[in-house]
Design a protein around this ligand. Sequence first.
Ligand SMILES: Cc1cc2nc3c(=O)[nH]c(=O)nc-3n(C[C@H](O)[C@H](O)[C@H](O)COP(=O)(O)O)c2cc1C
Length: 245
Amino acid sequence: MQPKSKVVLIAIILLSIFLAAYIVYSVFMQPVEVEYQSREILLTVDLPQAEISSNMSVDEAIQNRRSVRSFSTTSLTLQDVSQLLWAAQGITDSERNFRATPSAGHVFPMEVYLVAGNGSVQGLEAGIYHYNPFNNTLEKIVDGDQRYNLSQAAHQQEWVYEAPISLVITGDYQKMEDKYPEGNISTRFVDMEAGHIGENIYLEAVSRGLGTVAIGSFYDNQMINLLKLPSNETPLYIYPVGYKA
Ligand SMILES: Cc1cc2nc3c(=O)[nH]c(=O)nc-3n(C[C@H](O)[C@H](O)[C@H](O)COP(=O)(O)O)c2cc1C
Protein backbone atom coordinates (compact mmCIF):
# COMPACT_ATOMS: atom_id res chain seq x y z
CA MET A 1 0.00 0.00 0.00
CA GLN A 2 1.19 3.51 -0.88
CA PRO A 3 2.19 5.63 2.17
CA LYS A 4 -0.44 8.18 1.09
CA SER A 5 -3.20 5.51 1.07
CA LYS A 6 -2.06 4.34 4.50
CA VAL A 7 -2.48 7.85 5.90
CA VAL A 8 -5.98 8.11 4.37
CA LEU A 9 -6.92 4.68 5.80
CA ILE A 10 -5.69 5.61 9.29
CA ALA A 11 -7.57 8.91 9.07
CA ILE A 12 -10.80 7.07 8.10
CA ILE A 13 -10.37 4.58 10.98
CA LEU A 14 -9.75 7.36 13.50
CA LEU A 15 -12.74 9.32 12.19
CA SER A 16 -14.96 6.21 12.46
CA ILE A 17 -13.82 5.58 16.05
CA PHE A 18 -14.50 9.22 16.95
CA LEU A 19 -17.95 9.09 15.29
CA ALA A 20 -18.88 5.83 17.07
CA ALA A 21 -17.73 7.22 20.43
CA TYR A 22 -19.74 10.39 19.82
CA ILE A 23 -22.90 8.40 18.98
CA VAL A 24 -22.50 6.18 22.08
CA TYR A 25 -21.94 9.25 24.26
CA SER A 26 -24.88 11.19 22.88
CA VAL A 27 -27.30 8.24 23.13
CA PHE A 28 -26.25 6.61 26.42
CA MET A 29 -23.99 8.86 28.47
CA GLN A 30 -25.50 12.33 28.39
CA PRO A 31 -26.75 13.39 31.79
CA VAL A 32 -30.53 13.39 31.96
CA GLU A 33 -31.95 16.86 32.53
CA VAL A 34 -33.97 17.34 35.70
CA GLU A 35 -37.63 17.94 34.99
CA TYR A 36 -39.55 18.97 38.08
CA GLN A 37 -43.02 17.66 37.39
CA SER A 38 -46.20 18.43 39.27
CA ARG A 39 -47.63 15.31 40.80
CA GLU A 40 -51.06 14.23 41.90
CA ILE A 41 -52.16 11.48 44.24
CA LEU A 42 -53.58 8.72 42.02
CA LEU A 43 -54.68 6.42 44.84
CA THR A 44 -54.56 6.30 48.65
CA VAL A 45 -53.99 2.99 50.43
CA ASP A 46 -54.50 2.48 54.18
CA LEU A 47 -51.64 0.63 55.84
CA PRO A 48 -52.20 -1.84 58.67
CA GLN A 49 -51.10 -0.63 62.10
CA ALA A 50 -47.46 -1.41 62.88
CA GLU A 51 -46.97 -4.27 65.35
CA ILE A 52 -44.68 -3.36 68.23
CA SER A 53 -43.40 -6.86 68.97
CA SER A 54 -40.89 -9.24 67.46
CA ASN A 55 -39.49 -12.70 68.13
CA MET A 56 -36.00 -11.34 67.51
CA SER A 57 -34.06 -9.19 69.96
CA VAL A 58 -32.29 -6.02 68.81
CA ASP A 59 -28.98 -7.74 69.58
CA GLU A 60 -29.85 -10.68 67.31
CA ALA A 61 -30.95 -8.32 64.53
CA ILE A 62 -27.65 -6.41 64.78
CA GLN A 63 -25.68 -9.67 64.82
CA ASN A 64 -27.57 -11.07 61.79
CA ARG A 65 -27.61 -7.88 59.70
CA ARG A 66 -25.80 -8.34 56.41
CA SER A 67 -26.28 -6.60 53.05
CA VAL A 68 -28.34 -8.81 50.73
CA ARG A 69 -28.01 -8.50 46.95
CA SER A 70 -29.88 -11.57 45.75
CA PHE A 71 -33.65 -11.62 46.15
CA SER A 72 -36.35 -14.24 45.55
CA THR A 73 -39.61 -13.33 43.81
CA THR A 74 -41.63 -14.19 46.96
CA SER A 75 -44.15 -11.43 47.56
CA LEU A 76 -44.31 -9.36 50.73
CA THR A 77 -47.41 -8.60 52.78
CA LEU A 78 -48.82 -5.13 53.36
CA GLN A 79 -47.90 -5.70 57.02
CA ASP A 80 -44.22 -6.12 55.98
CA VAL A 81 -44.41 -2.84 54.06
CA SER A 82 -46.15 -1.05 56.91
CA GLN A 83 -43.56 -2.31 59.37
CA LEU A 84 -40.60 -1.18 57.22
CA LEU A 85 -42.10 2.27 56.64
CA TRP A 86 -42.92 2.63 60.32
CA ALA A 87 -39.31 1.77 61.20
CA ALA A 88 -38.14 4.36 58.66
CA GLN A 89 -40.35 7.34 59.54
CA GLY A 90 -43.40 6.16 61.49
CA ILE A 91 -44.94 8.37 64.17
CA THR A 92 -44.01 6.90 67.54
CA ASP A 93 -45.16 9.83 69.69
CA SER A 94 -48.54 10.98 68.44
CA GLU A 95 -48.73 13.90 70.87
CA ARG A 96 -45.69 15.60 69.37
CA ASN A 97 -45.60 13.76 66.01
CA PHE A 98 -42.09 12.52 66.76
CA ARG A 99 -40.76 9.70 64.57
CA ALA A 100 -39.10 6.28 64.80
CA THR A 101 -35.76 7.89 63.92
CA PRO A 102 -34.25 10.97 65.59
CA SER A 103 -34.31 14.37 63.88
CA ALA A 104 -32.04 17.34 64.62
CA GLY A 105 -34.13 20.06 66.26
CA HIS A 106 -37.20 17.89 65.48
CA VAL A 107 -37.27 19.44 62.00
CA PHE A 108 -38.22 16.14 60.28
CA PRO A 109 -36.86 16.90 56.80
CA MET A 110 -37.02 13.31 55.50
CA GLU A 111 -39.54 11.60 53.19
CA VAL A 112 -39.90 7.93 52.27
CA TYR A 113 -41.19 6.38 49.03
CA LEU A 114 -42.14 2.81 48.18
CA VAL A 115 -41.43 1.35 44.75
CA ALA A 116 -43.52 -1.82 44.37
CA GLY A 117 -43.45 -4.16 41.39
CA ASN A 118 -46.20 -6.30 39.83
CA GLY A 119 -47.27 -8.92 42.40
CA SER A 120 -44.57 -7.71 44.81
CA VAL A 121 -46.89 -6.88 47.69
CA GLN A 122 -50.07 -8.88 48.26
CA GLY A 123 -53.08 -6.66 47.58
CA LEU A 124 -51.07 -3.65 46.37
CA GLU A 125 -50.94 -2.37 42.78
CA ALA A 126 -47.51 -1.82 41.25
CA GLY A 127 -46.36 1.78 41.41
CA ILE A 128 -44.44 4.41 43.29
CA TYR A 129 -46.01 5.58 46.52
CA HIS A 130 -45.25 8.38 48.97
CA TYR A 131 -45.49 7.33 52.62
CA ASN A 132 -47.72 9.61 54.68
CA PRO A 133 -46.79 8.85 58.31
CA PHE A 134 -49.46 11.15 59.77
CA ASN A 135 -52.38 9.00 58.67
CA ASN A 136 -50.37 5.82 57.95
CA THR A 137 -51.22 5.72 54.26
CA LEU A 138 -49.51 5.20 50.93
CA GLU A 139 -50.14 7.84 48.26
CA LYS A 140 -49.63 6.54 44.75
CA ILE A 141 -47.83 9.06 42.56
CA VAL A 142 -46.60 6.91 39.64
CA ASP A 143 -48.41 3.97 38.02
CA GLY A 144 -46.89 0.65 36.99
CA ASP A 145 -43.87 -1.49 37.79
CA GLN A 146 -40.95 0.97 37.87
CA ARG A 147 -38.28 -1.38 39.25
CA TYR A 148 -36.37 -1.56 35.96
CA ASN A 149 -36.26 2.24 35.72
CA LEU A 150 -35.17 2.44 39.35
CA SER A 151 -32.34 -0.03 38.74
CA GLN A 152 -31.25 1.97 35.69
CA ALA A 153 -31.15 5.11 37.84
CA ALA A 154 -29.11 3.09 40.38
CA HIS A 155 -26.26 2.60 37.90
CA GLN A 156 -27.84 -0.64 36.61
CA GLN A 157 -27.48 -2.47 39.94
CA GLU A 158 -29.53 -5.59 39.16
CA TRP A 159 -30.56 -6.30 42.76
CA VAL A 160 -32.65 -3.11 42.61
CA TYR A 161 -34.55 -4.65 39.68
CA GLU A 162 -34.85 -8.10 41.32
CA ALA A 163 -36.10 -7.02 44.75
CA PRO A 164 -39.90 -7.00 45.04
CA ILE A 165 -39.85 -3.54 46.62
CA SER A 166 -37.51 -0.67 47.31
CA LEU A 167 -37.76 2.15 49.81
CA VAL A 168 -36.32 5.47 48.68
CA ILE A 169 -35.24 8.08 51.23
CA THR A 170 -35.18 11.77 50.37
CA GLY A 171 -34.08 14.79 52.41
CA ASP A 172 -35.00 18.47 52.39
CA TYR A 173 -31.77 20.42 52.99
CA GLN A 174 -33.54 23.79 52.82
CA LYS A 175 -35.98 22.85 55.58
CA MET A 176 -33.04 22.04 57.87
CA GLU A 177 -31.08 25.14 56.79
CA ASP A 178 -34.05 27.34 57.69
CA LYS A 179 -33.55 26.26 61.30
CA TYR A 180 -29.74 25.88 61.22
CA PRO A 181 -28.35 28.47 58.75
CA GLU A 182 -24.75 28.50 60.06
CA GLY A 183 -22.02 26.73 58.05
CA ASN A 184 -22.57 23.22 56.69
CA ILE A 185 -24.33 21.98 59.79
CA SER A 186 -27.74 21.55 58.12
CA THR A 187 -26.31 19.42 55.29
CA ARG A 188 -24.57 17.23 57.85
CA PHE A 189 -27.76 16.83 59.88
CA VAL A 190 -29.86 15.70 56.90
CA ASP A 191 -27.21 13.20 55.76
CA MET A 192 -26.96 11.83 59.31
CA GLU A 193 -30.73 11.40 59.47
CA ALA A 194 -30.65 9.33 56.28
CA GLY A 195 -28.21 7.02 58.07
CA HIS A 196 -30.52 6.61 61.05
CA ILE A 197 -33.41 5.70 58.75
CA GLY A 198 -31.26 3.27 56.80
CA GLU A 199 -30.15 1.35 59.87
CA ASN A 200 -33.73 1.08 61.11
CA ILE A 201 -34.74 -0.37 57.72
CA TYR A 202 -31.86 -2.87 57.86
CA LEU A 203 -32.80 -4.05 61.37
CA GLU A 204 -36.55 -4.15 60.71
CA ALA A 205 -35.91 -6.24 57.58
CA VAL A 206 -33.72 -8.70 59.52
CA SER A 207 -36.29 -9.04 62.30
CA ARG A 208 -38.93 -10.04 59.70
CA GLY A 209 -36.69 -12.56 57.93
CA LEU A 210 -36.14 -10.16 55.02
CA GLY A 211 -32.95 -8.71 53.57
CA THR A 212 -31.87 -5.34 52.22
CA VAL A 213 -28.83 -3.38 51.07
CA ALA A 214 -28.07 0.33 51.34
CA ILE A 215 -27.77 1.81 47.84
CA GLY A 216 -26.04 5.16 47.79
CA SER A 217 -24.90 5.01 44.19
CA PHE A 218 -27.38 6.46 41.66
CA TYR A 219 -27.99 9.28 39.19
CA ASP A 220 -29.75 12.07 41.11
CA ASN A 221 -31.48 13.46 38.03
CA GLN A 222 -32.97 10.12 36.98
CA MET A 223 -34.23 9.57 40.52
CA ILE A 224 -35.81 13.04 40.67
CA ASN A 225 -37.59 12.47 37.35
CA LEU A 226 -38.73 8.92 38.14
CA LEU A 227 -40.15 9.76 41.57
CA LYS A 228 -41.49 13.14 40.42
CA LEU A 229 -39.72 14.68 43.39
CA PRO A 230 -40.48 18.28 44.29
CA SER A 231 -37.50 20.65 43.92
CA ASN A 232 -36.84 20.76 47.69
CA GLU A 233 -36.26 16.97 47.96
CA THR A 234 -32.91 15.30 47.26
CA PRO A 235 -32.73 11.51 46.86
CA LEU A 236 -30.29 10.06 49.40
CA TYR A 237 -30.73 6.30 49.60
CA ILE A 238 -32.44 3.31 47.97
CA TYR A 239 -33.21 0.20 50.03
CA PRO A 240 -34.30 -2.80 47.93
CA VAL A 241 -36.07 -5.29 50.23
CA GLY A 242 -37.14 -8.90 49.80
CA TYR A 243 -36.51 -12.49 50.85
CA LYS A 244 -32.96 -13.64 50.26
CA ALA A 245 -32.69 -15.97 47.23
C1 LIG B 1 -23.32 5.05 52.29
C2 LIG B 1 -23.38 3.65 51.73
C3 LIG B 1 -23.57 3.47 50.37
C4 LIG B 1 -23.65 2.18 49.84
N1 LIG B 1 -23.93 2.03 48.51
C5 LIG B 1 -24.04 0.79 48.00
C6 LIG B 1 -24.39 0.61 46.63
O1 LIG B 1 -24.61 1.55 45.88
N2 LIG B 1 -24.50 -0.66 46.17
C7 LIG B 1 -24.30 -1.76 46.97
O2 LIG B 1 -24.42 -2.89 46.48
N3 LIG B 1 -23.97 -1.62 48.28
C8 LIG B 1 -23.84 -0.38 48.81
N4 LIG B 1 -23.57 -0.23 50.15
C9 LIG B 1 -23.46 -1.42 51.03
C10 LIG B 1 -22.01 -1.73 51.39
O3 LIG B 1 -21.33 -2.21 50.25
C11 LIG B 1 -21.99 -2.78 52.52
O4 LIG B 1 -22.57 -2.20 53.67
C12 LIG B 1 -20.58 -3.26 52.82
O5 LIG B 1 -20.11 -4.09 51.79
C13 LIG B 1 -20.48 -4.02 54.14
O6 LIG B 1 -21.30 -5.18 54.11
P1 LIG B 1 -22.47 -5.42 55.19
O7 LIG B 1 -23.50 -4.33 55.00
O8 LIG B 1 -23.02 -6.77 54.87
O9 LIG B 1 -21.88 -5.34 56.55
C14 LIG B 1 -23.49 1.05 50.69
C15 LIG B 1 -23.30 1.25 52.07
C16 LIG B 1 -23.27 2.52 52.59
C17 LIG B 1 -23.10 2.69 54.08
